[in-house]
Structures are given as C-alpha cells and as structure tokens.
Ligand binder design. Sequence first.
Ligand code: 5CA
Ligand code: ZN
Length: 409
Amino acid sequence: MHAWPASEVPALPGKGRDLRIHDTATGGRITLDPGPVARIYVCGITPYDATHMGHAATYNAFDLVQRVWLDTKRQVHYVQNVTDVDDPLLERAVRDGEDWTELAERETALFREDMTALRMLPPKHYVGAVEAIPGIVPLVERLLDAGAAYELDGDVYFSVESDPHFGGVSHLDAEAMRLLSAERGGDPERPGKKNPLDPMLWMGAREGEPSWDGARLGPGRPGWHIECVSIALEHLGMGFDVQGGGSDLAFPHHEMGASHAQALTGAYPFAQAYVHAGMVALDGEKMSKSKGNLVFVSALRRDGVDPAAIRLALLAHHYRSDWEWTDQVLADAVARLARWRAAVSRPDGPSADALVDEVRAALADDLDSPAALAAVDRWAGQQTSGGGTDEGAPGVVSRTVDALLGVAL
Ligand code: 5CA
Ligand code: ZN
C-alpha cells in the first residue's frame, strides 16, 4: 500500500554522530554500525481506531533514529506494516456493524494524515498483512517442513523450542511469558500445544471470518508475528539494524518474530538491536484502544492544535520512559513552540555553532530528546536576552530543529 509524503530534511553543516541506543536483547546501550544503507523495521498500527498519543510517541522515537542516520549521510531503508487483518480489528468491525476492510482503510488513511501532519518520515515500504499473505504461506510451509511448526485441529503453531535463542530478546521467566502471552493475543491455555507459549502461524478459516488460500495449509489467515517477519525478511533481510516498537511488543511479538526468522533461516540474529519505546498513559493507565482512554492526534488537530506543538510534547519525554499525557504537557509544548518561533524570527542572534553539535550529541546518546530541547531552549533564552549578532544563526537553528527533531518553526 502507499505510505505518506515525506517532508524535506535539510542538510546540516558537518556530519552527525553515530547512534548509541538501548537494546532490549543485551539490556544495555550499543553503538549501531549500519552500512551506507541503514535498515529499520517498525511495527505499524492495527487500524481499528485513530492514532493516539501513545502511537505518535512510539513513531516519533523511530523517526528520530532515521533523522540521526540521515545526518550521518547514510540512506535509510525503512519498512513498516499495517496489521489490516487481526482479531481486534475484526471484533471492532462486528461490534460497529461495519465492513472490516472499510474500517481498516479509513483508519489507515487517517494514520497517514496524522503522520504527515507530524512530519514523520514515511517508510519506503508500507505493507499490509493482507497483501503479505502470498509471502507468508510459503514461510509457514517451510517451518512445517523443518519441524519447527506443527498442526493442531486445522491451525498451525510455531514450536518455540525450535529456536535455541528463544527468550533472548525479552529475557523473561516462564511465568511472566505465560501471563503476557495470554494478555497479548496468545492462547497458552489451549490444550494440545507442545509448549503453552507456542504462537499461531496460520489460523484455519473460522465461520464468518475472512480467509485466504493457504495452499497446503488450507484456507485461513496469518498469525501476527509471522506477518512482520515475512515483511521484514522480504524487504530488509536477516540481520537488519533496528527492530522497533513500543515496549508492549518486546514479548511476545518481537521475541516470537526473532525466533520465527532464526528458525527459518538458521541465521542469527534477526535484528542487531531491539528498540522499545515507553508507554504513554492517560489518567494513570496505559493509553490503549481496548481500554478507550485515548487522546487522538486527529482530535487535537481538529481543535486547532499545531502539529508542531504535538511533536514538541512528544519530544519533551525520553522515548524509553513511561509518561502521562496531560493538558499541561500540551500547554508547555505550545508555549515552547511560541518561544522558539519568536527566537528564530529575527535575522541574527547568538552563534548556533555549538547548538548543532549539542543537539546531535543529545540524540546520538540514546535519543535524548529532552536534552536536545534544553539545548535549543538555552539558545532561545540567549536570543531573548539580546545576546548575539551572528547573521544567519536563526536559520541554522531552524534547520537543525527541522532536520533532527522534525519540527518546522
Ligand atoms: N500492529 C501491531 C504491531 S505489528 C500493533 O501493535 N499495533 S498497535 O496499533 O496496537 O500499536 C502500534 C504501535 O504503537 C506499537 O509499536 C505499540 O507498541 C505502540 N503503542 C500502542 N499503545 C501505546 C502507548 N500507550 N504508548 C506508547 N506506544 C504505544
Ligand atoms: Zn509487528
């Protein structure tokens, strides 16, 4: 499917720094060493409701990863999926008496608009689960042939024991895995499975639900993890640089995805780094479509909030922290945007030479966007107190904020 238009990324003087980032699998920071073309896969939305601030915060984190890489003069090969067929989407369509494809198309279109307004760089390949099915079926067949999958009453399961590295992404104990599996789309209680954690690769057709030709597998639809693995392997290949998503995807989604790919290819690792963004909450609870405690990007835009202010609100929090969306968070961002815009609206100002490097250093250090904002705040403060006559400095600041933070002043 098509993605959304890219906003231009201005080139900055000099060259950016290499990204050090927290990797869930090793539990520490690693310096990524991508080739001239950095490869990143970020898990996309399940389009049954509009983009909320939690989604926006997660995509903001991975947009920063791309911007840091672009600043090191690399190209970025970015892939994102859309889980346009899955239980929660089908359930919502039934609840609302709506055709599930129409629901998915409408919410995906709205997501594109939100991402465009927020100046998130688009993926090069934006792929829906439905369009990925012809690539998924042969992968499931290969896993069956390799003895890494088995059939159970018309469904096909992946055997977690087939990957010696299973557990190496999230490092959870068995009980924690079992609980999270039950909470996040798994079925650990189903009788007949070899291991309660084994996830579904192919779900045999269910009465009243959509299904596709699965060749040897029979009619059905794909499991969740194999969807992302198929898309990532097709467009990026094994060993790509970053697998990204919110922290709720570390287990089971990214753990299972890594094992599927490792069992399929015999190679290791699936991704060089597994990067997870913290959860955004509202009224003390994780914002989630299933709970309905949501603040939508599109609703704020409709209320006339400048998307640049929304973006500054996201950037004010470190991507790995869990944080709470409040009216004050937005009010602070609106005020900061006004201060910055006033500061760059003059033709001259304090030197911006140090600022470019401060923002670069902050982002290269595990995407420390609050430190990057603080550096721009300091420059804007000097500007307000009349400290400088460097011609063109405001332009350099604007371009830095645009290129590295995705905020148009
Ligand atoms: N389609 C799958 C991934 S393949 C999925 O998780 N879709 S989603 O719509 O539920 O979430 C999309 C992305 O937003 C995921 O990376 C998820 O981790 C992230 N996300 C969801 N809720 C929040 C939240 N409250 N805070 C931060 N990130 C969130
Ligand atoms: Zn995914």
